[in-house]
Design a binder for this molecule. Sequence first.
Ligand SMILES: C[S@@+](CC[C@H](N)C(=O)[O-])C[C@H]1O[C@@H](n2cnc3c(N)ncnc32)[C@H](O)[C@@H]1O
Length: 215
Amino acid sequence: MDALSYIIKKFKADITSPNLPIALHQINRTIMAQTLGELGFRVGVEVGVAEGLHAKVLCENIPNLKLHCVDIWNKYPGYEEYADPEDCFRQAHERLKPYKVIFHRQFSMDAVKDFDRGSLDFVYIDGAHDFRSVAEDIFEWSKRVRIGGIVFGHDYKHWRPWKSRNIIDVRPVVEAYCYAKNIHPWFELANDIKDKTFGPDSPGWMFVRQNKDKI
Ligand SMILES: C[S@@+](CC[C@H](N)C(=O)[O-])C[C@H]1O[C@@H](n2cnc3c(N)ncnc32)[C@H](O)[C@@H]1O
């Protein structure tokens, strides 16, 4: 079964709903990783890895996964979420030792150049969350996913307090991108089941690449 039909059936999604995104319930990040495993996915990218918590969830739940881990693991103007990026890198390295991972310690927009169009089963986007970074990530990385593959990410939210650096622009970027690129259906991952790694979690977003996409 193709990925879109499989997901619609597994999560009982109502794709006749006129409202987008279509919510997927009874899900968390572990269940999503298991779903990619059930679909037989083998090669993917995580953009924004930090200590490797989610990368480990992917590796544990997707048999024989080859995971490219993309993260700058450094502070730069406009992004300072982690006090000690070097320690994050060390933790990711340690945590992901048992798995088939390739580290790309680069800016996302540099790393993406090393991947061919349509070469990936999935990409998970969770790097910087400001408007420009999310837009660059979704525009460029989506091209690298094959038809039938999955593009998904974390923090489907909009949080832009005045003068705060804690900006989350994921929601408006994903919405605009999906409308502009003729993507239908696309989904909000409710993350309504407590995850054993993350506990209560932010929602995510997701779409399956199709031939009709203007990507
Ligand atoms: C929210 S954390 C990732 C958390 C991880 N996905 C998880 O759930 O376990 C975001 C990461 O993105 C990285 N990052 C931010 N902007 C980036 C960029 N432009 N290129 C590469 N990595 C970036 C940061 O270094 C940070 O480690």
